[in-house]
Design a protein around this ligand. Structure first.
Ligand code: SOE
Length: 379
């Protein structure tokens, strides 16, 4: 019988659903010492919190996150709020000795991220940030291939994350989901929301970034604000592109926008090494494309690995269906919960920890500062 681990979730949007789904599924597929129990969900609007609780099976609701954190029956706090609340909630949860699972990006900026990291480390509480794409099996396989030295010296890293959902000038800033357009709630635009994913994956796969040179643009300069009802300046970055140098000597380009008409969530990366290259695409997330220069020349070419095999080669897949049958986006969250719980059982940290996510935050801040100054910035 698994030991219960009581979850208190704060926020109930898109990520609240993704996390709740993961908590509910994880013990059906993974053998774990602990089992998440959906103890309480917290939102300011009691009716909405109750509707969410009913749908997902939370035992109770709170409308004040401080009360949720104070509850002795909560073991872990899951922060699914807009970014401007991450800091206060994380500091309070750490002080109360709760485990913390925090949505990305870690914080509004590096200063907040440093405070939060210091707080969880001082409290000694297990902590993790939901950079979920690391745990798409094809991405985890990429990490394995790199660690095995199959790519050799790395020359290039290339990543894009393209969307098109903010092109309309009628879209307001603020409110459900649209808080992402409000700098006061989000901190930044595509840099913290989308490039942060690309940066997390890149730091994990290719090591530290030393310097960046960036440009950003805000295409729609004013939008109605849902809180004030007035048309106000838009202060987030709608698009951002940057060049980077990694500590290992490789060169990188990163690009993200919410104005790439036709692209809904096109996250891709490619890594070119001396011996081999790899390529991944979120729209075809179960495949890892791999080119090995060591192949016999008449057979040499890009191979498309369908990452569904069992037997230790393809990460996580032996926990799901039979080889050949694939899983999807939501499973990356299930994997994250499984790994986190395994870490809790072993008393070991599991990445991306707050400290790992702080490194991503440092790159994001350097990118925004470079875009402002127009010069190269050291991370
Ligand atoms: C934005 O549209 C968004 O939902 C991000 O907030 C998520 O982190 C990303 O995974 C998908 O796009």
């Amino acid at each position: 019988m698994a030991k219960p681990l009581n979850i208190g979730m704060i926020g109930y949007g898109f990520m609240g659903r993704a996390h709740s789904n993961a908590y509910r599924k994880v013990n059906h597929f993974f053998d774990l010492e602990h089992e998440p129990v959906l103890k309480a969900v917290c939102a300011r609007d009691a009716a909405k919190a109750q509707a969410f609780a009913d749908k997902w099976g939370y035992e109770s609701i709170e409308t004040d996150w401080r009360k949720l954190i104070a509850r002795p029956d909560i073991d872990a706090v899951d922060i699914c709020t807009p970014n401007n609340l991450h800091r206060d909630i994380a500091l309070a949860a750490a002080a109360a000795g709760k485990m913390i699972l925090c949505e990305k990006p870690l914080a509004m900026n590096v200063a907040e991220g440093e405070e939060m990291t210091a707080a969880v480390e001082k409290a000694g509480v297990p902590n993790i940030v939901w950079y979920n794409y690391r745990r798409v099996p094809a991405v985890t396989l990429a990490k394995k291939l790199i660690e095995e030295g199959r790519l050799g010296r790395i020359f290039h890293y290339r990543a894009v994350f393209l969307q098109d959902w903010t092109i309309s000038t009628d879209l307001p800033q603020g409110g459900t989901a649209l808080w992402r357009l409000d700098a006061a709630a989000a901190g930044s635009g595509v840099t913290g929301d989308l490039l942060a994913h690309c940066i997390d994956t890149a730091l994990w796969l290719n090591g530290s970034i030393s310097t960046v040179s960036a440009m950003t643009e805000t295409f729609i300069k004013e939008r109605k604000h849902t809180l004030t009802g007035k048309v106000e300046p838009v202060k987030i970055d709608d698009a951002c592109a940057f060049l980077a140098r990694f500590d290992n000597g490789s060169l990188a380009t990163f690009e993200s926008t919410r104005y790439a008409r036709g692209h809904k969530a096109l996250y891709t990366f490619e890594i070119n090494g001396e011996k081999a290259s790899i390529q991944w695409d979120l729209h075809d997330l179960h495949r890892l494309n791999y080119f090995d220069h060591g192949d016999e020349s008449k057979l040499r070419g890009w191979r498309s690995i369908h990452v569904t095999d069992h037997g230790g080669g393809h990460p996580y897949m032996d926990k799901w269906w039979v080889p050949g049958l694939q899983i999807g986006y939501e499973h990356s969250f299930v994997h994250q919960v499984a790994d986190f719980l395994e870490g809790v059982a072993k008393g070991q940290p599991v990445g991306p920890t707050f400290r790992d996510a702080l490194e991503t935050q440092k790159v994001c801040d350097a990118v925004l500062s470079s875009a402002q100054s127009g010069s190269w910035v050291k991370v």
